[in-house]
Design a protein around this ligand. Structure first.
Ligand code: ZN
Length: 274
């Protein structure tokens, strides 16, 4: 599933091409990916709107439009949002096409269809139950060790469950949570409130290092993820623990453990993570 670095890569790729562009036409092939408003209103409301900003919030892509509202895209498990020339044949599972005034097409492709598109203002979408509460952005300057410490201190849930909780910290999924815990040398199943201040500081720094490195490497293409132009990322090539259960730890050489934490397959080192 695309996480913060993958969504950020797409947003950075698309931004120079989308900001200032006008939506000329909209085509929806599979109506179930349009969650708000209804399909007819979605098709009526988009043409003629100008895209003013292209941003990421948590794992959402938000295209701010002129007039009220934004087009929010969540990629779910297997979604991609790419900019293509109109003469390039659409790939299978292309569910939504936005033709821009420039002639280029913004295409939403999603084989498993867990992703969604929504048009509206954040309060409207929250009221409709389509936009969940979103916590602090881990790359923002406000994400300090003190702030992370306060988030962790409020719960006895396993550390990994709190890091995955989008309402508390926005954008981390299974890949980068495991990577961050490994880099910070903390066990992902520890009760969140039990971390010592120095461990919280290490974890805060690790989360930022891990996310920034993955953005530099243009995201992890483990399954379907592609960047804004349809190319694979390279971040998965340098992951230290995710997907490496049983392989030797890069730090101590012990075989990496794999178990279920917070309902998710989790890889960690018994030797390095206390
Ligand atoms: Zn180790």
């Amino acid at each position: 599933m695309p996480e913060l670095p993958e969504v950020e890569t797409i947003v950075r790729d698309l931004r120079p091409h989308l900001v200032g562009a006008t939506v000329a036409a909209v085509e929806v092939g599979h109506p179930s990916v349009v969650r708000h408003p209804g399909l007819a209103e979605f098709l009526r409301a988009l043409p003629g709107r100008r895209i003013e900003r292209c941003q990421r919030r948590a794992k959402f892509i938000a295209l701010r439009l002129d007039g009220p509202g934004s087009l929010f895209v969540h990629l779910g498990m297997s979604g991609t949002l790419t900019l293509d020339r109109p003469e390039v044949p659409a790939r299978p599972h292309t569910h939504v096409r936005l033709r821009l005034g420039s002639g280029a097409e913004l295409r939403y492709v999603d084989p498993r269809r867990f992703g969604r598109l929504m048009l509206g203002t954040p309060p409207e979408l929250r009221a409709a139950g389509q936009l969940p509460p979103l916590g602090i952005e881990p790359l923002s300057p406000r994400f300090t060790a003190e702030r992370l410490g306060a988030v962790l201190a409020s719960t006895r849930r396993p550390l990994k469950a709190v890091l995955l909780d989008q309402a508390r910290i926005a954008g981390c999924g299974n890949i980068y949570t495991d990577e961050s815990c490994f880099l910070a040398r903390v066990h992902p199943a520890r009760p969140a409130a039990g971390l010592r201040p120095r461990e919280v500081r290490r974890l805060r720094d690790a989360i930022r290092v891990v996310l920034r490195k993955a953005i530099r490497n243009r995201g992890s293409s483990i399954a379907d993820y592609r960047d804004g132009f349809g190319a694979r990322g390279a971040a998965h090539e340098s992951l230290l623990v995710y997907g490496r259960g049983g392989a030797p730890c890069v730090r101590c050489g012990l075989p990496l453990a794999q178990s279920t934490v917070a309902g998710r397959t989790t890889v960690y080192c018994r030797g390095c993570q206390a």
